[in-house]
Ligand binder design. Structure first.
Ligand code: C5P
Length: 238
């Protein structure tokens, strides 16, 4: 990916504009919320999960099997034809000339991205990419470690949670299943729990609530309510 020029470790650069971070477990509605908050504020949306997914997709596409991922170093990632490009609303990932979109949402890429995210060289490399693309500020960044590791100096941090079954229902709805059976909800909940466990128990940048984050439980909130709660806080803080 182009952009991994920032130092992988050490302190982030001074930012030209404000950054808002949204962290939380899988299916808490971070990305859709962050996209809408960014739109209302006129900021860019950085969906960091997309970068983990794009890297997993690029490795699979290059036929580098997951069993070998633990051996990979940053120079291997530099050699992939992956790029991040700014768009009017956020960023898109590209593999050669191909814009990566739906292929990043497949169950295979979702599961492998989560395993890939546990490796230190992966996180170090993507840390550089994320700080580089976020350098200008005016950003709403969502993920697992936005407020703790990638943008620890962000102006405002939020931590979104929701009940496991609410998260499973939302994920299913995102995939077009509006009236799921109990079995479907249970299966999706298990997948989410597996990813949460991977993300919370890993050694490097595990998922945790930043100490200075506002926590929002979205279980009983309408989408508009959670967006408005965040936008109001950002504007109130400005
Ligand atoms: O948010 P999303 O589900 O697209 O993220 C895909 C995977 O990427 C997550 O399961 C998580 O393991 C990893 N990830 C991460 N840190 C981030 C964003 C995503 O480890 N900041």
């Amino acid at each position: 990916m182009t952009g991994p020029k920032a130092p992988a470790h050490g302190s982030p650069r001074p930012l030209a504009g404000p950054i808002v971070t949204l962290d939380g477990p899988a299916g808490a509605g971070k990305s859709t919320t962050a996209r809408e908050v960014a739109c209302r504020l006129g900021f860019r949306h950085l969906n960091s999960g997309t970068f983990y997914r794009a890297l997993a997709f690029a490795l699979l596409d290059a036929e580098i099997v997951p069993e070998r991922w633990s051996e990979l170093r940053t120079e291997h990632f530099d050699a992939l034809p992956l790029r991040v490009e700014p768009t009017s609303e956020g960023f898109r990932t590209m593999l050669d000339a191909r814009v990566l979109e739906e292929e990043l949402r497949s169950p295979l890429v979702t599961g492998e991205a989560s395993r890939l995210a546990a490796f230190a060289p992966v996180r170090a490399w993507l840390l550089g990419v994320q700080r580089e693309v976020g350098r200008g500020g005016r950003l709403v960044a969502d993920g697992r470690d936005m407020g703790t590791v990638v943008f620890p100096e962000a102006e405002l941090k939020f931590y979104l949670t929701a009940d496991l079954s609410a998260r499973a229902r939302r994920r299913l709805r995102d995939h077009g299943v509006d009236a799921p059976t109990v079995a479907e909800i249970e299966e999706e909940a298990r997948r989410i729990e597996d990813r949460d466990r991977c993300d919370s128990e890993r050694r490097h940048a595990p998922l945790r609530r930043p100490d200075d984050a506002y926590e929002i439980d979205t279980t009983r909130l309408e989408f508009d309510q959670q967006v408005e709660a965040i936008v109001a806080r950002v504007l109130g803080a400005g």
